[in-house]
Design a protein around this ligand. Structure first.
Ligand code: AMP
Length: 191
């Protein structure tokens, strides 16, 4: 299996690039943000408990997210690889993911981080908020909170994968095609 983590702050382009990568490499897209929004839309108990965290820009508790990923794996047993988007977001999630993958006799192949300046991120998120219907993209204070959470809880995940020799980063500013080409060349060198 080939398992890729696309890493980067909110608005760095992970969703856009994921769509292209899934098409190119036939990976199964696992976006915990999308799964959580689906739970909210379906008004499940999990969705109701996750909503207040998402609306205030905080992370949903690790155990909830890890449980959701575990059942996603159960639903996609024949997958030839996964593309993780917006997960893992804490070191505890990264360690849990390693364990789940080990149980499946596989592992993370590579982590690719998209580097984008905070000024550009805010601009992109406010623009996305005009059409995405996502309340967490329309309020600048929630956006700033998400960056703070990213710096405190998610950035350490980069060191976790650096220590494992799996971390690469590329410029996330430029055209969608240029960034995609950068990701593909990292994937080629890791295969
Ligand atoms: P995203 O669509 O990835 O930007 O996620 C939107 C929101 O969902 C985040 O701001 C968090 O509140 C929540 N969320 C998504 N993925 C995770 C995760 N791996 N761990 C905790 N919370 C998450």
């Amino acid at each position: 299996m080939f398992n890729l983590v696309l890493f980067g702050p909110p608005g760095s382009g992970k969703g856009t690039q994921s769509d292209k990568l899934v098409e190119q490499y036939g990976l199964i897209h696992l976006s915990t943000g999308n799964l959580l929004r689906k739970e909210i839309a379906d008004q499940t108990a999990l969705g109701l408990s996750a909503k207040s965290y998402i609306d205030s820009g905080k992370l949903v508790p690790d155990q909830v997210v890890i449980g959701m990923v575990d059942s996603f794996f159960d639903q996609h047993k024949g997958a030839k690889g996964f593309l993780f988007d917006g997960f893992p977001r804490t070191v505890a999630q990264a360690a849990a993911l390693d364990e789940l993958l080990t149980q499946k006799n596989t592992a993370i192949s590579i982590v690719i981080a998209l580097e984008v300046s905070e000024e550009e991120l805010v601009k992109r998120l406010l623009k996305r908020g005009q059409t995405s219907g996502r309340s967490d993209d329309t309020d600048e204070s929630v956006i700033r909170k998400r960056f703070a959470v990213y710096g405190q809880e998610t950035s350490p995940v980069a060191s976790y994968y650096q220590a494992a020799g799996k971390f690469r980063s590329i410029a996330g500013e430029g055209s969608v095609e240029e960034i995609f080409a950068g990701i593909c060349s990292q994937i080629t060198s890791a295969r």
